[in-house]
Write a protein that binds this ligand. Sequence first.
Ligand code: AKG
Ligand code: FE2
Length: 225
Amino acid sequence: MLLHIPEVFTPEQVQTLRQTLQAGPWLDGAVTAGPLAAEAKRNLQFSTEAAEYPSLAQAAATALERHPLFLSAALPQSILPFMFNRYTDGGTYGDHIDNAIQLNKYSGQRVRTDISVTVFLSDPDSYEGGDLIIEDTYGSHEVKLPAGDAIIYPSSSLHRVEPVTAGERIAAFSWVESLVPDAWQRSMLFNLDMTLIKLRNQLGNSEEIVALTGHYHNLLRQWSR
Ligand SMILES: O=C(O)CCC(=O)C(=O)O
Ligand SMILES: [Fe+2]
């Protein structure tokens, strides 16, 4: 399931992030990719050694973790530290699948990547190209979102970033290990949760809604790891 999560960052947060990122330092993105992905990757990444980096990464994680849609759809167990990328002058990232296991170098923990996240930080009108193309069982999806909005998608999907032919595209990206590793089960739980919220708003807390909410939690208990 691909999900658009609107307004992860406020316009003020986007502004502050962009200003801090603009100063750099930016490194060749290929250094953080596996050997196969490195061949396809022509972008820049904000240095994780920069003094400003930890607070930027923290701000991004806090904003995402606060978002109710993200919590319901991702059911996060662990979120890798956000990183920031930049595509300009034809910069692109060809078709690839993200590494399944990644090391969180701060906690020393190995994280299984169930869900990939991109939070767009550039206004879509300020650059040409740069669509994130995600292939899933229903076909190919082109994603280019307003600054501050995020897309989450299963990390098992083949995806790419089209060349940026004018302007620059800056984004925050990360990966999430979910309490529910199976994408289909996650998507069913998300649909059930969203439907229950709507029903509760329409009808209040009836006995039936309490029972269905119980089923939601019992399924989550069954499927979470
Ligand atoms: O820039 C993006 O939206 C995605 C980046 C990406 O696919 C990656 O870093 O693995
Ligand atoms: Fe990727």
